[in-house]
Write a new protein. Structure first.
Length: 180
C-alpha cells in the first residue's frame, strides 16, 4: 500500500452536504484509505459500538436514488446494490481506531485537517460580517454622502459573504426537518 501525501483539496472534493451535515461516502473514504468499500463497511460493522447513528448512517433508498440521478453512478450490472453509508467528521475520526494501516493514518490526518480548515473558513466569514457591522455602526457620525458611499461598499461585501462556497457539492438528500 502507498502512503502518498493526500491533498486537502482531494479530501475537500469528496466532502458532501447531506441531512444538514458535512459527510463522506463510504466509497470515497475507501478510496482515500486504499481499501475496498466492502472491507471498510465490514470493519465499521465489526465495531458498531464506535459508530452511533450520529457518526455514520446509511442513506435511504430515496436518498440513494437522488444521488444516483445527480452523479450518474451505476446501479445496474457491476454497480453497487445497496445504499452507501455516510460518515460524519466524528465517524471518520472513529475509523482511525479501526483501520490502522499507514495509509489510513495519513488519510485520517488529511481528512481531519480539511474539516478544521473548513471550520476556520466559516469562522472567518462570520468574524468578517461582525466587523462590518461594527464599522457600519461607527459611520453614523459622517455626513450623509460619505455614508451612502460606504453603504454601497458594505452591501457589495455582504453580497460576497453571502455567496455559497462552490467547492462542496450536495448529494441530494435532506433531513426530514428540512423537508417540512
Amino acid at each position: 500500500m502507498t502512503t502518498d501525501v493526500i491533498g486537502l483539496e482531494d479530501v475537500r472534493a469528496v466532502i458532501v452536504a447531506g441531512r444538514g451535515l458535512n459527510v463522506m461516502l463510504d466509497s470515497d473514504l475507501a478510496r482515500l484509505y486504499d481499501v475496498q468499500t466492502s472491507a471498510l463497511v465490514r470493519a465499521m460493522k465489526r465495531n458498531q459500538n464506535r459508530f452511533p447513528t450520529d457518526f455514520v448512517f446509511q442513506l435511504t433508498r430515496e436518498e440513494w436514488d437522488a444521488l444516483l440521478c445527480q452523479t450518474g453512478i451505476s446501479s445496474s450490472y457491476g454497480g453497487r446494490r445497496t445504499p452507501p453509508f455516510v460518515f460524519t467528521e466524528q465517524g471518520v475520526a472513529m475509523l482511525s481506531g479501526v483501520l490502522r494501516s499507514e495509509r489510513a493514518v495519513a488519510a485520517n490526518v488529511a481528512i481531519m485537517r480539511t474539516f478544521v480548515a473548513m471550520r476556520h473558513e466559516l469562522c472567518a466569514h462570520v468574524e468578517l460580517a461582525r466587523r462590518l457591522d461594527e464599522i457600519e455602526g461607527a459611520l453614523c457620525d459622517l455626513e450623509s454622502s460619505s455614508v451612502e458611499r460606504f453603504q454601497a461598499v458594505f452591501d457589495a461585501l455582504r453580497a460576497l459573504l453571502a455567496q455559497p462556497t462552490p467547492s462542496r457539492r450536495a448529494i441530494g438528500f435532506a433531513s426530514q426537518a428540512q423537508e417540512t
